[in-house]
Design a protein around this ligand. Structure first.
Ligand code: 13P
Length: 266
């Protein structure tokens, strides 16, 4: 089935597990997810599916995915800006590359808020990921207060601009627009709101890296995405997928989100 987004970008449905599921639970989950998608004859070439487990799960997920030749991609939820050295507790991007991580989430609002990650740190982590051959999935988004005082796109655009300065032309990267007020609140943005900000983010990429990069880069929406609201987002011209939190922890729910093309017309 053809992609419903424009620009030839392959949609990406990504599950951010946050601090949930240990490595044994991760193995069971990924196995069940693969079965569910296979049963439904999911076309992984048409819609890419990725999971983002905690660091301690990644080796187990790698072993399962490579052993069973699963088409599910995976990545980490954070990365150090440094390649090695005296940084207790940190994980370097080359380590993730060694675990065949395709992606790494950078600058999630929980990292920005709870761990004091600035736009500059996000930019440095983005550069580290790209340098190691891991595709950064850069998160941006406004708080409820930002929305009220500055509108929806001002803060996400400003955040993205700083990260873009660290991205060499021709690099593969993904942007996730996650309004902070929509995360875990059950109150998703409307598809029109998501489209408006995704378009502003794409225009910003065009300004900094050119039209080709803007056309090729996938922009995801995240924040209270569920099986019953995904279709509305995926109908938007500039929304190329979703970064799913809570609903990504339920195998059948996440599988249904990945198979949104089946219900996008309803
Ligand atoms: P929810 O889907 O639980 O709102 O979380 C979104 C999110 O933060 C994904 O990174």
């Amino acid at each position: 089935m053809a992609s419903v987004t424009t620009g030839g970008r392959t949609p990406l449905i990504a599950g951010n597990w946050k601090m949930n599921l240990n490595h044994l639970q991760a193995i069971a989950f990924v196995q069940k997810l693969a079965w569910s998608l296979k049963d439904a004859r999911h076309d992984f070439g048409a819609v890419e599916v990725a999971v983002f487990p905690p660091f301690t799960d990644l080796r187990s997920v790698q072993t399962l995915v490579s052993g069973d030749k699963l088409q599910i991609a995976y990545g980490a939820q954070d990365v150090s800006q440094h390649a090695s050295g005296a940084f207790t507790g940190e994980i370097a991007a080359p380590f993730l590359a060694q675990l065949d991580c395709a992606y790494v989430i950078i600058g999630h609002s929980e990292r920005r808020t709870l761990h004091g990650e600035t736009d500059e740190i996000v930019a440095a982590k983005t550069a580290a990921a790209i340098g190691a051959g891991v595709v950064p999935l850069i998160c941006v988004g406004e708080t409820a207060e930002d929305l009220e005082t500055r509108g929806a796109s001002a803060v996400p655009v400003a955040q993205l601009k700083v990260a873009l300065a660290s991205i060499p032309k021709g690099s593969d990267f993904v942007v996730a627009y996650e309004p902070v007020w929509a995360i875990g609140s059950g109150q998703a943005a409307t598809p029109e709101q998501a489209q408006q900000v995704a378009k502003a983010l794409r225009d910003t990429i065009a300004e900094h890296l050119g039209d080709e990069a803007a056309a090729a880069t996938r922009i995801l929406y995240g924040g209270s995405v569920k099986a019953d609201n995904i279709a509305g987002f995926m109908r938007q011209a500039d929304v190329d997928g979703a970064l799913v939190g809570g609903a990504s922890l339920d195998v059948e729910g996440f599988s249904a989100i990945a198979r949104y093309q089946k219900h996008v017309g309803v």
